[in-house]
Write a protein that binds this ligand. Structure first.
Ligand SMILES: N[C@@H](CCC(=O)N[C@@H](CS)C(=O)NCC(=O)O)C(=O)O
Length: 218
């Protein structure tokens, strides 16, 4: 049995990524939510994750438990654990690009992430976008346009059908809504498609129902 340890659904963008992919592909897992930045969070996180961060995936029983921490490692792990599912595009060129854009999301866009933290409950359009954040937005939207134009014919996602690349960018879709980032028609229709995914809607509903507030993300 798989257990996914996550943070607050309203704020924890890294937790959303593997949760969304697991839910989208109908994989059974239990969920343990640890609200972040409380007095006990750090100690609780350390019980599950060597890095002291969420998400963490636990697989197996206590005697032979596999612990996978870090969102992208979890997505790769479940891809190997359930190889019958289309986590990545089947065509090699598209697959290489899907891996590249997923890794780029994982390692980049620091200005966007720190200036526009995920906060699903909030709506606060930014009157002025700082230049470094605008550069990140431009690169993300370039990726979305390129993928949709080159590989998106089979559906509404970056590579047509949903893949882990869409899971990686799902929190950015939410940030663009919260902070009122205006998008060209291709990017807007991609963002709407991700927003409307049934698994995404389940996460959003649960995020809105949460009661904790993390002031630095408000
Ligand atoms: N690179 C990691 C980042 C994980 C991360 O920063 N998680 C945040 C929540 S979204 C966290 O656990 N923060 C709690 C802390 O740093 O104390 C991943 O991809 O999983």
């Amino acid at each position: 049995m798989l257990q996914l340890v996550i943070g607050n659904k309203n704020y924890s963008s890294w937790s959303l990524r593997p949760w969304l992919a697991l839910r989208h592909f109908g994989i059974e897992f239990s969920e343990l939510r640890i609200p972040l930045y409380t007095e006990t969070s750090a100690q609780l996180l350390k019980e599950y994750s060597p890095a002291g961060k969420v998400p963490v995936l636990l697989d197996g029983d206590l005697d032979s438990e596999i612990v996978v921490w870090d969102s992208l490692a979890i997505l790769e792990y479940v891809g190997e654990r359930f190889p019958e599912l289309p986590w990545l595009p089947s065509e090699p060129v598209a697959r290489a690009v899907a891996r590249s854009v997923s890794a780029e999301m994982h390692s980049s866009f620091g200005a966007l992430r720190s200036t526009m933290p995920m906060n699903l409950r909030s709506h606060k359009p930014m009157a002025t976008i700082p230049p470094d954040v605008q550069r990140d937005i431009d690169r993300v939207t370039e990726i979305w346009r390129d993928c949709r134009e080159q590989f998106g014919a089979g559906g509404d996602c970056l590579f047509g059908e949903f893949t882990i690349a869409d899971a990686m960018y799902a929190p950015v879709v939410s940030r663009f809504r919260t902070y009122g980032v205006s998008l060209d028609p291709i990017c807007q229709s991609y963002a709407d498609a991700v927003w409307q995914l049934p698994a995404m809607q389940l996460w959003i509903e649960a995020a809105i129902a949460e009661i904790e507030t993390i002031s630095m993300y408000e």
